[in-house]
Design a protein around this ligand. Structure first.
Ligand code: HEC
Length: 149
């Protein structure tokens, strides 16, 4: 091998190595992205389960004297979970529909959290109702069939 082809060969090896390393880094980043976002199932259980955040919020918002600090603590937990939903991939339905419905869902969660910050009972209840009535449209398109809801 002459000098020029030796240099060329080592350059090729080096760039191949860099490509492989870059690929691994991308893979790790995607893995982190997935594990950062809670799974759909755990988001649903935490936010909408029988002992979920929405269930505890309902009587608090209907109280005559709303304890806004406690309400805000809960809406502040719902918001990041709601915003995570769109990062997950449902088993069923189109990408476009999922993007649209999860954006609306995250939007209601944001309105709820902002209303709690402003101690605005009417707005908080409106946003709560929108969130609470969002279930069927999304489940009918994106949740595996066979279960109720
Ligand atoms: C933007 C879409 C979307 C909205 C809005 C939504 N869900 Fe879900 N939900 C899903 C999907 C998708 C699943 C299926 C998750 C899976 O099993 O992977 C699911 C599953 C569930 C589950 C089953 C969780 C488990 O144990 O497997 C419950 C309970 C649930 N949702 C309750 C609700 C309730 C109550 C509401 C409304 C107040 C609601 N969801 C609103 C998408 C949504």
């Amino acid at each position: 091998m002459n000098r020029a082809s030796l240099i060329l060969a080592s350059l090729l090896v080096a760039s191949g190595f860099l490509l492989v390393m870059r690929g691994r880094a991308d893979e790790r980043e995607r893995g982190r992205e997935r594990s950062r976002a809670a799974s759909i199932e755990s988001i649903m259980k935490t936010v909408h389960g029988k002992k979920g955040l929405m269930k505890s919020l309902e009587p608090m918002l209907n109280a005559d004297n709303v304890k806004w600090d406690s309400v805000k603590a809960i809406t502040g937990k719902i918001l990041p979970l709601a915003q995570d939903l769109g990062k997950r991939k449902p088993d069923r339905g189109t990408k476009e529909s999922w993007a649209e419905l999860t954006a609306a869902y995250a939007g209601f969660a944001k309105e709820l959290d902002e209303a709690a910050a402003k101690k605005n009972k009417a707005d908080a209840k409106d946003a709560f109702d929108f969130l609470n009535n969002s279930c069927n449209k999304c489940h009918s398109r994106h949740k595996e069939k066979g279960e109720r809801g």
